[in-house]
Structures are given as structure tokens and as C-alpha cells.
Design a protein around this ligand. Structure first.
Ligand code: CUK
Ligand code: CUA
Length: 864
């Protein structure tokens, strides 16, 4: 790559290098590329994915965590992982499964009384409006133990788990109807819908498939189990599903993979499932109408009640014209409805084709009651050929689909060929293909399964990584590959090892559609979203005893837990309600007690509860588990568990020498002086804040309230110090004065943050010219050498216009042609000092004028 090109690429990509530095040291980039064996293409890929510090991602991806039972959150294009959300599996960092509020959620996922602490998550889905994604709630299914979880994207916490009352395994969940009316969950392996024993001989008579419609109560953010119902289906193994939209609104589609109803028996010498279940050339695509079914579910004569749940019968559905079958190439995999709802695309898996059904044709056949026959359960079967738009040969193992922003463009994963194929489902033409590494399952384009796909990037969810990463033992990470799909040819950008389960599927959403909270309203139970009845404010800390039940109401704020001693008897049932009193974002405290297997994460404003039976005698430190301040290690206390049946010797007196009265007095004077000096800093900040009317800026006001809150605690503590001193208890006075200092430090900490924010808020608004100037300044890469307000690899530009006589003209001429000034005394001294020359950035006259306006603005606001 030549030098000019490298400068151009680097500048366009906004890498940390600037044009000036890259050009001045272009050989460095060349050298790095050479040393690391990087091609020009690699550098381009890096430029498309690299996020400089502080820069945020355009898309947020929610990935199933597979067997980890969690959900993973990462960003595109950076592929940086942001969070693992505990869903079906305990997640210690978030206290999920270790505090009482979250244990209640996990407990609601118990099946037939059995607590299940893992899950096999497959398909995440977002709430939708008109088929477009809305960043309010996320749903995910558990294939192993048929369950659906709701995650509130207000705080990215799991708030509900519902257990499927009739299925014994599932796969086709979660799929959302276009206005989030229902969360659809389709079964996988057919089984009796009741919980009893049935022999395999009863397969056709008693084993059943099903699809469940979970009613989503949007205002409550909860699945309404009572309002939910299911549809009985034949014991064909139902599989992936998708809800219709647009033209096909009201309908939904589910694949199947064992319409042979083969029952296996390899151990008896029978052919295995894999042979018997793929015997026929075709399986069935289930086509059903949830709008008709929800009406049927209102009338007792249409449904059976199983485990307290309404199951609309096959017969009732058939009679009402709500259920049909269409043959599909055998053992298919994904089924995806196109953004406009017109077509349904099915990945062949064992067939090299993708099959495109035309809903218009399907609807036409249904309306005319033109059926090719019925299946053994009496369900009308439509003619496959008459339902088709067509088929396209894609390659080996087509699985899943995702759509492009451009009409008619679809991307399909090929598992066996390890490829993504880009093709046109309207004109049935293959357009491009790209190799992935290796054995791709799902793929996702940005918002790719919504009614308004954004395209731009595709993510390949590769099952095998084989040789792509440094080996970490026989269990390999999976590989999520980011692919640029904006151009005619797909281009591979990035490989991300996935260290968490087998993430079958992801769903992506524009980051701007997510509006998560940064703190909680004081006293929130995050799992209910409501105020906790156990919220404890400052001054309300207490320990209540009721027989063997000890209830502690505790608070946490930098940097103490109140109370600091909890004394109980062996065998007591101890409940500790904790409230984090912080209001500043990212000031999380954690809580644990040695030995008792509990942990809570208390984000600002949260109230959470831990509970344990103190069945071991002893002394157990408890502490804050988040490094929350310089005095985080001091944020602790002791749980003292006494055996009520034992007699303890009286306390042993300390034999350590104490300080002399003179030394004590000296220490006292020192702490008084420190406090006075600290208070002066606080007063100067407070004066600044008041002068500048901080109360007009909500964000700043929040911080000031927080700071004054801390400051307000000082008089009480100071009074204690003075009283101790008066009584001659100098040691006590010193300790209280230290506490005064603690409050001052916290006040100063938050106060200074408020001051910085305020300074930013009240900076005079930039004129359009100055704003353009800033843009030119940044585009030109001037910030590579000049940092405003600071000497960096070039001089600070604050006041530059005042440094020279006729400053504006001087700066203009200098930017225009720096070389002319290289022998100027002042410039020469600068060149010597920084060991760098100001390069000619070839700015236009207008750009230079704008930059001068920008520099003026900098000077006006220099005092901030
Ligand atoms: S399934 Cu795993 S690759 Cu569960 Cu969506 Cu296709
Ligand atoms: Cu609070 Cu560490």
C-alpha cells in the first residue's frame, strides 16, 4: 500500500492516527502491517470495526447463550461483549439466584415442583410494533425444559419465566406476532400432553405436538398465563416457526421433521430415528391462524383443558378453517416470512434448495377450499406445487434466512458448505456467496427478521471454529463472524470467539431504539419493577427480631454498610434487606456474607434481599463486593453467630499500648486542619455551582443533591466529635472527625463531577461557523497533535489567537502554509520543543476561517 493511500484509508476510517501523524510516520503503519503480516484488506476490516475509546456501537445484538441458559449482549460493528444476562441459570455477578428477588424468578421456572437451574436457550425475540422491533422487552425460550423468559430491557433483567403446561420439549419459540400480541412457542419432540405414562405403542393415539400462544400483556410487561392457550397438533416433530405479517398477518407457520411419526428403537434392532424420520420425501409446513384460534379458545366446546390450560383441538381448528398443512422438502430447518409478509422461505437442510411459498397462492387455495387431501388427523393438505413461488438451488445444508434492506434480497446459511448465500427470492437468482468458518447455523442481518430490515452487516453464527483461535482445550469456542453486506460482494470483517454455550440465534436492534435506565428509582425491586416494601432510607436502618426470625434493614452508600455488626443466635433465620442509597450512575455495591452462599448486586437505588439460616456458630465478615470507592475495602461488617446454649468467657481485654495524651492531641489537631482545608475546597465548588445556577440543569442538579445529601450528614457527626472532645474522649473525637472527613470527601467527589458537567452545560453555544470549524479541525486530524486545554504532542491552542500580534491573520497564514514559518523564531522554538513540524493540511480558506471561529469559541469558554 502506498503512503498516500494508507493516509487516506486511515483518515476515512477515523482510526486513532491522524492524517498528520500517519503521513508523518506512514512508514510506521507499513512497518506494523509488515511485522504482523496484515494486508490492506485487513486494515480496511479493522477500520470498519474498530471503536476508539468512548465511541459507541450502532447496533446491539442479543444472543442466545445456548446451554449456559443466559443471554449475551454485544455490539456491532465492534463485536464487544457488554453483558451476560442471567435467565434460566444463576448468574452470580448480578446476584441472580443468590438474592431472594431473583430466586423467586428462577423458582417460577420450576417444573412439576423441580427447580431447574439451567436452560438450553435457542431463539431470542424482541417486542414488535407493525412488525418492527421495539426495544422494550426480550423473550427467549428453553428447548430442554419448555419455558419462555421475559427480559425487561429497561434494566436488562429477567422478570418472568413461564413454564409450558403441556409440552415436554420445544424448539419453535420465541416468535412474536407483529404487534407483540402473542409469543409463539412450538413443540419439538412429540409427547403426551398430559403428565402420565404412555407406552410407545400409543404414539399415534396419545403423543401430540402443539403450539402455544402466550398472551403478552404489554402495559404490564408480563405474559398473562391465564389468557394464553395452545393448539393441539399431530405428533409430527414441530420445529422452527415464524409469525406472518403484512399480507399474512394473523397467520403463523411451523415446520416439522418427523411427519413419518417414526418411533425409533435402535436398541431393539430397529433402524434409528435418523433413518425413520427422514424416510418420506416431504414433511409438513403447518399453517394456522391465531386470530381464529384465539376466538375458538373462548368456547369450551373447542378445547380440552390439560393441566389447567386450554388446548384447542385439531378438530375444532380444522372445522373453523384455522389449520392447514403443506408438504415441504423433507426435514427442513428454518422458516422465515419475508419483510412484507408475502413469501415464506424454508431452508432445505437435507435438500440443496430453498423453497419459497407464496402466501397469496396459499390464501387463494384456502379460500377456494381447494385441497389435495387430508393427513391422518383430518387436517386439509394444500398442493405443494400450487403454493410455491419457486425453489432455488443454494448448496448443501441450507438452514436459516435473514433479510436485506433491499427488497427481495435474502441471505441463507449453508451448514454443510459453510457458506452464506445472498440471493433474490422474487427472481429466484443466486447473487453472491461467502465462506464462513465453519458450519454456520443461524445468521442475522441487522433487524433482519423485522418488517424493516436494515441490512448493513450480517453475523454468521458458526458452530465450529476448529482452527480459528488459540486453542483452549478440547471444548472450542464457537465463532460469530461479522460480514459487511452493504456492497454487492459480501466481505468478512471480524471473528469473535463465543465463550458461552452454543448460541443458536441472535436478534439485533439499532442501539438508538434502546433506552435503558442508568439508575433505579430509590427502593426499586428490580424483578417486579415496583417499590420494594423493604426499602430502607438513611436513618431507618434497624434490626428486628421475632422469635428465631431476625430481619435486618440495611443501607449501603460509599463507603459503609449500615449496620456494621449483626449479632444473631445459631439457628436464626436471617433476612437482610439492602438498599443502595446512591443516585450517581455506575455506583453499584455488592453484598455477601462469608459461608452462606448469598450475593446481591445493588445498583444505585435498588433494594434487594438475602436470606439464610445462620446454622454455623462463628464470626463471619460481610462486605461490599464491588470496588466502589477508595474506601471500598472498608465497606464491611461482622455477622456474629452465637450458640445460645453455650456460655462464653467475658471479653478478653486488649494488652496493646495506647497513644499518649500529647500524641492524641496532635492527631486531633491534624484532622481538624485537614477537615478545614477540605471544607474550603467544597465551599469553592458550591459557590461556583450556585453562581452558575446549577439547579437549571437536571443532570447536574441530581449530582448536587447527592453531594449535599452527603454534606448534610456532617453536622450530626461533627456534634458527636465535639461532644466527645468536651468530655475528654479525644480518641472518640478523632474517630468522629475522620467520619466528618469521609462525608467531605464524598461531597467533594460528587461536587467536582457536578462542576465538570455544569461547565460543559453552560459553555456558550457554538456559532454555525465555529461548529464547521470544529468539524474541519477534527477531520483534518488537528486533534492528533493538539489537545485543547493541554499541551500534548503539539502546543495547547487555547489563547493562540492572542499569542501573536494580529493573531487571526497570523493563524490564517500559518495554517495556509506552515512551511513559510519554519524559520520564524517562535515557530522554530516550538519545532525544537515538540520535535514536530506543523504539516500543511491543505485546508481551504473557508475551512481556515471556520477553524478560527472555533478557536475563538474555545477562548470564550476557556474559564470553564
Ligand atoms: S436451531 Cu440451532 S442452528 Cu435451535 Cu434455531 Cu437452527
Ligand atoms: Cu461498595 Cu465496595
Amino acid at each position: 500500500m502506498n503512503k498516500l493511500l494508507s493516509c487516506g484509508i486511515v483518515a476515512a476510517a477515523g482510526l486513532a492516527f491522524t492524517v498528520s501523524s500517519a503521513c508523518a510516520s506512514g512508514s510506521d503503519l507499513q512497518a506494523i502491517m509488515k511485522a504482523r503480516g496484515l494486508t490492506e484488506k485487513d486494515i480496511l476490516a479493522a477500520a470498519k470495526t474498530y471503536q476508539p475509546s468512548g465511541k459507541k456501537d450502532d447496533y446491539i445484538v442479543f444472543s442466545s447463550g445456548g446451554q449456559s441458559g443466559q443471554v449475551m449482549v454485544y455490539g456491532v460493528p465492534s463485536m464487544r461483549i457488554y453483558k451476560y444476562i442471567g435467565v434460566f441459570t444463576p448468574e452470580p455477578w448480578q446476584g441472580y439466584g443468590y438474592d431472594e428477588e431473583s430466586k423467586a424468578i428462577l423458582k417460577s421456572g420450576a417444573i412439576r415442583g423441580k427447580q431447574i437451574t439451567w436452560g438450553d436457550t435457542h431463539h431470542p425475540a424482541l417486542t414488535e410494533k407493525n412488525g418492527e422491533y421495539v426495544g422494550d422487552y426480550l423473550f427467549i425460550n428453553d428447548k430442554a425444559n419448555p419455558r419462555i423468559a421475559v427480559i425487561n430491557l429497561h434494566d436488562f433483567e429477567t422478570t418472568q419465566i413461564v413454564v409450558n403446561p403441556i409440552m415436554k420439549s420445544e424448539h419453535g419459540g420465541s416468535f412474536i406476532t407483529p404487534n407483540s400480541e402473542y409469543v409463539i412457542e412450538a413443540a419439538q419432540y412429540a409427547a403426551p400432553l398430559d403428565n402420565g405414562y404412555h407406552s410407545m405403542d400409543e404414539y399415534e393415539a396419545v403423543f401430540r405436538g402443539a403450539v402455544t400462544f402466550w398472551k403478552f400483556d404489554y402495559p404490564k410487561g408480563k405474559i398473562d398465563e391465564k389468557a394464553s392457550f395452545s393448539l393441539e397438533l399431530p405428533p409430527y416433530w414441530q420445529d422452527l416457526s415464524d409469525a406472518g405479517k403484512g399480507e399474512s398477518f394473523g397467520w403463523a407457520f411451523t415446520n416439522s421433521i418427523n411427519s413419518e411419526m417414526y418411533t425409533g428403537g435402535i436398541e431393539k434392532g430397529l433402524p434409528p430415528f435418523e433413518a425413520g424420520a427422514s424416510r418420506n420425501d416431504t414433511d409438513y409446513l403447518h399453517v394456522y391462524n391465531w386470530q381464529i384460534l384465539e376466538k375458538l379458545a373462548q368456547d369450551k366446546k373447542n378445547y380440552m383443558e390439560i393441566n389447567g390450560h386450554r388446548v384447542v383441538t385439531i378438530d375444532a381448528a380444522v372445522k373453523a378453517g384455522a389449520l392447514f398443512l403443506i408438504p415441504e422438502p423433507k426435514s427442513p430447518h428454518g422458516v422465515d416470512v419475508t419483510p412484507d409478509g408475502r413469501y415464506i422461505v424454508i431452508g432445505g437442510k437435507l435438500d440443496t434448495h430453498a423453497t419459497v411459498y407464496d402466501f397469496k397462492k396459499i390464501k387463494n387455495l384456502i379460500d377456494k377450499k381447494e385441497f389435495a387431501g387430508t393427513d391422518p388427523y383430518g387436517i386439509p393438505v394444500l398442493d405443494m406445487a400450487k403454493s410455491l413461488q419457486g425453489q432455488v438451488e443454494l448448496g448443501l445444508g441450507p438452514l436459516h434466512n435473514s433479510f436485506d434492506e433491499k427488497d427481495g434480497i435474502i441471505y441463507t446459511s449453508l451448514y454443510v458448505d459453510s457458506q452464506i448465500v445472498k440471493w433474490d427470492y422474487k427472481n429466484l437468482k443466486v447473487l453472491d456467496r461467502i465462506n464462513v468458518h465453519y458450519n454456520i447455523g443461524h445468521l442475522d442481518t441487522m433487524e433482519g427478521k423485522s418488517s424493516k430490515p436494515k441490512g448493513k452487516y450480517a453475523i454468521a453464527l458458526d458452530k465450529l471454529s476448529i482452527d480459528r483461535f488459540n486453542p483452549v482445550g478440547p471444548l472450542h469456542p464457537q465463532n460469530h463472524q461479522l460480514i459487511d453486506i452493504a456492497g454487492a460482494k459480501m466481505e468478512l470483517l471480524y471473528d469473535m470467539p463465543i465463550p458461552l454455550g452454543e448460541p443458536h440465534d441472535v436478534v439485533s436492534i439499532a442501539a438508538s431504539k434502546l433506552k435503558p435506565a442508568t439508575t433505579y428509582t430509590m427502593g426499586t425491586n428490580s424483578r417486579t419493577g415496583k417499590e420494594s416494601p423493604f426499602v430502607t432510607l438513611a436513618g431507618q436502618e434497624r434490626v428486628e427480631r421475632n422469635g428465631k426470625n431476625v430481619t435486618v434493614y440495611a443501607t449501603m452508600i460509599r463507603s459503609h454498610i449500615n449496620p456494621e455488626h449483626i449479632e444473631v443466635n445459631k439457628g436464626d433465620n436471617v433476612t437482610i434487606h439492602l438498599t443502595n442509597l446512591e443516585r450517581a450512575q455506575d455506583e453499584t455495591h455488592g453484598f455477601t456474607v462469608d459461608l452462606y452462599n448469598i450475593h446481591a448486586s445493588l445498583e444505585p437505588g435498588k433494594t434487594a434481599t438475602v436470606n439464610f439460616v445462620a446454622d454455623e456458630e462463628g464470626v463471619f465478615p460481610y462486605y461490599c463486593t464491588e470496588f466502589c470507592s477508595a474506601l471500598h475495602l472498608e465497606m464491611m461488617g461482622y455477622l456474629l453467630v452465637k450458640d445460645p446454649n453455650k456460655k462464653y468467657e467475658s471479653a478478653k481485654a486488649s494488652k496493646l499500648k495506647t497513644l499518649s495524651p500529647e500524641a492524641l492531641k496532635a492527631e486531633y489537631d491534624k484532622v481538624i486542619a485537614t477537615n478545614k482545608a477540605t471544607d474550603e475546597v467544597i465551599q469553592s465548588v458550591v459557590t461556583y455551582l450556585k453562581e452558575k445556577h446549577y439547579e437549571k440543569y437536571p443532570k447536574v442538579k441530581e449530582l448536587v443533591t447527592d453531594a449535599l445529601d452527603q454534606y448534610g450528614k456532617i453536622p450530626e457527626v461533627k456534634a458527636k466529635a465535639d461532644e466527645a472532645y468536651k468530655k475528654g474522649d479525644v480518641n472518640g473525637a478523632i474517630l468522629w472527625e475522620y467520619q466528618v472527613w469521609q462525608y467531605m470527601v464524598k461531597t467533594a467527589d460528587v461536587g467536582l463531577r457536578a462542576k465538570n458537567n455544569l461547565a460543559k452545560e453552560i459553555a456558550t453555544p457554538m456559532s454555525p461557523a465555529a461548529a464547521k470549524g470544529e468539524e474541519a479541525y477534527l477531520k483534518g486530524g488537528c486533534n492528533g497533535c493538539h489537545v485543547i486545554g493541554q499541551v500534548s504532542s503539539g502546543p495547547d491552542l487555547t489563547g493562540v489567537l492572542l499569542r501573536h500580534e494580529n493573531g487571526e491573520k497570523w493563524v490564517f497564514d500559518f495554517i495556509k502554509d506552515p512551511a513559510k514559518f519554519y524559520n520564524d523564531e517562535y515557530v522554530k522554538s516550538m519545532i525544537d520543543f515538540f520535535n514536530l513540524r506543523m504539516p500543511n493540511q491543505h485546508m481551504s480558506d473557508q475551512e481556515i476561517k471556520d477553524i478560527i471561529e472555533y478557536l475563538k469559541w474555545i477562548d470564550e469558554n476557556a474559564g470553564m
